[in-house]
Design a protein around this ligand. Structure first.
Ligand code: GSH
Length: 243
C-alpha cells in the first residue's frame, strides 16, 4: 500500500541502512494475499532470510541493527527513543490516518492515484472499480465519521503540542542529540497531515487535495512540530523511492 504511513516508517528505516531491498506494493486487501502467508496482516512486513517482521517497530529495530543510525548508544536515550516510537505508533498514526482518509475519501481520483502507485499491472487496471468497494470498507474499518475525524484532528494537535514541548526542552531532537527512531516515526506517521514531497511511497500533492484539507495541512506544516517533521524529511530522507 503505497500510501501507508507505517510502510513509510519501515521504508525510511530500510533506506537508511543503504542495503538494497525489493518493495512489493499492492492495493488495499490485495496486500493480505502477501502478508497472510508469512504470518502478518497489516503492512509493512519485512521478509529477510525467510523470517518475517510483521510490525513496523520490529523493522525499525532490524534496520538499526543493520547499520541505520536510529537508536542512541546511551541506554537512557535509547529507551526514550523506543518508548516515544511506541507512543507515536499508538497515539499519532491512527489519528493522522483517520483524518486524512476522512478528507480524501471524498476525492476518489486523488486517493486512487496514490493507492495504485506501482502496484502490479492487473491491480492497476482494476483499481478504480476495486476502490469503489474498498472505500466504504475503509470508512467502516477505521470508524470514520465527521465527528470521529474532528476528534482525531484534535488528537493530532495534542500530539504535535507535546512533541513541540519536548523539542523546546531538548537538543532539537526527540531523544537526545541527533535524529533517531523517534524523529523518524514522528515524521513518517505525521505524513498524512503534512504531505511531505519526499514521502517515499505515494501521497497526494498539497494542491490536489480539497481546499479544507489544504488549509489544515498548511497550518500543521507551519507549527513547530510540523516544521520538525519536514526538517527530518529534508535532512534525513535522502532516497526517493517509488512514485
Ligand atoms: N502496528 C502496525 C500497524 C500497521 C498498520 O496499521 N498498517 C495499515 C496501513 S497504514 C494496514 O495495513 N491496514 C490494513 C490491514 O490491517 O489489513 C505496525 O506498526 O506495523
Amino acid at each position: 500500500m503505497a500510501h501507508s504511513h507505517y510502510a513509510e516508517k519501515a521504508r525510511w528505516a530500510l533506506d537508511l541502512t543503504g542495503r538494497p531491498y525489493v518493495e512489493d506494493r499492492h492495493l488495499p486487501l490485495f496486500h493480505r494475499l502477501r502478508t497472510r502467508p508469512v504470518g502478518g496482516r497489516s503492512v509493512p512486513v519485512l521478509v529477510v532470510d525467510g523470517h518475517a517482521y510483521t510490525q513496523s517497530a520490529d523493522i525499525v529495530e532490524w534496520a538499526a541493527q543493520d547499520g541505520a543510525a536510529l537508536l542512541p548508544t546511551d541506554p537512557e536515550r535509547r529507551s526514550t527513543a523506543i518508548e516515544l516510537e511506541r507512543w507515536l505508533d499508538r497515539e499519532l498514526g491512527p489519528h493522522t490516518r483517520r483524518w486524512a482518509y476522512s478528507e480524501l475519501l471524498a476525492s476518489p481520483d486523488v486517493l486512487n492515484r496514490c493507492v495504485a502507485a506501482e502496484v502490479p499491472p492487473l491491480e492497476s487496471l482494476v483499481a478504480p472499480a476495486w476502490m469503489v468497494l474498498v472505500r466504504p470498507m475503509i470508512r467502516r474499518a477505521f470508524r470514520i465519521t465527521p465527528e470521529s475525524a474532528a476528534r482525531s484532528l484534535e488528537r493530532v494537535d495534542e500530539v504535535f503540542r507535546i512533541v513541540a514541548d519536548r523539542l523546546a526542552e531538548g537538543d532539537g531532537w526527540l531523544a537526545g542529540a541527533s535524529f533517531s527512531a523517534a524523529d523518524l516515526t514522528f515524521a513518517a506517521l505525521a505524513s498524512p497531515v503534512l504531505l511531505p514531497t519526499r514521502f517515499g511511497g505515494a501521497l497526494p500533492r498539497l494542491e490536489d487535495v480539497p481546499p479544507a484539507m489544504q488549509a489544515e495541512v498548511r497550518r500543521l506544516r507551519d507549527s513547530p512540530a510540523g516544521r520538525h517533521a519536514l526538517d527530518c524529511y529534508r535532512l534525513h530522507r535522502a532516497r526517493l523511492s517509488g512514485y
